[in-house]
Design a protein around this ligand. Structure first.
Ligand code: ADP
Ligand code: MG
Length: 259
């Protein structure tokens, strides 16, 4: 990373971020003074126990919610100064979102689930172009043969792939994923982490929340939160590589079948 180099301005820069939820009588301080810079092209894991403020932080990173105090510079732009409408535009342009529970529309095909965000962002683009972009995104995540399937006809891993295609279709600079492997078995989790590693290698910045060290081990940097604060922030130089692990697993499976 080239911190200090003016060329390499962080894509995400947080300074003293605080988030307080007002619910009736009591205030909950979910994030209590959090500062962080993320450079373009990083693959960051955010870890921490349940309730440590990870999702709250992610919602602010993705401009889904505003901090109570502190400054957020997104690509040098102070997010706090923007109107709701400007914020929504910025969010749609910069980010793709992936969630633990996939959040797909149930009675809607894979293709239509992925077309929808194109329609929201570029309503005037022709249907054939929307379709072409959606097909490309689904092919990129390995679902080119499942375009017409409904979520209920697909496995959890395949549903998460649709959600990742949906996150990619508007060519985001940053993908934000909150516990994306939380509902998946271990083999499928490796496949999904492989997909995130591919996206990251293609230049997309990835920030991913997980409470599993096994999963964070695929990222290049691991941040740990505790009680709404930064507990640690370390590079993960010897990160796991999903593609290699999947080859080894496939090989072992073939051997077992031959035996
Ligand atoms: P994590 O994702 O690490 O489990 P969260 O960011 O969801 O943590 O929550 C951090 C704290 O903020 C918790 O104490 C939680 O109960 C509280 N919290 C989260 N969202 C809300 C909300 N919308 N209203 C009130 N309190 C909330
Ligand atoms: Mg959470």
């Amino acid at each position: 990373m080239n911190i200090g180099n003016a060329e390499a301005m962080p894509i995400i820069q947080l300074e003293g971020i605080v988030k307080t939820y007002r619910t009736g009588e009591v205030d909950v301080q979910a994030v209590r003074g959090f500062s962080l810079a993320i450079a373009r092209g990083e693959f960051v894991a955010i870890m921490g126990a349940s309730g440590s403020g990870k999702s709250t932080l992610m919602n602010m990173l993705g401009c889904l919610d505003k901090p109570t105090a502190g400054q957020y510079l997104l690509d040098g732009v102070s997010v706090g100064a923007l109107s709701r409408k400007q914020l929504a535009t910025l969010r749609n342009r910069k980010f793709g979102f992936v969630f633990q529970s996939f959040n797909l529309l149930p009675r809607t095909s894979a293709l239509e689930n992925v077309e929808l965000p194109i329609f929201y962002r570029h309503p005037l683009v022709s249907l054939s172009v929307q379709r072409k972009c959606a097909v490309e995104a689904l092919e990129r995540v390995g679902l080119g043969t499942r375009l017409r399937h409904y979520p209920s006809q697909l496995s959890g891993g395949q549903q998460q792939r649709i959600a990742i295609a949906r996150a990619l279709v508007n060519r985001p600079e940053v993908v934000l994923a909150d516990e994306p492997t939380g509902n998946l078995d271990s083999r499928t989790s490796i496949e999904i982490m492989g997909l995130f590693q591919e996206l990251n290698e293609s230049g997309i910045t990835v920030v991913m929340v997980t409470h599993e060290l096994d999963v964070a081990a695929y990222c290049n940097r691991i941040i740990v939160m505790r009680d709404g604060r930064l507990l640690s922030d370390e590079p993960n130089r010897n990160h796991r590589t999903a593609a290699n692990e999947l080859m080894t697993l496939d090989h072992a499976e073939r051997e077992a079948n031959l035996a």
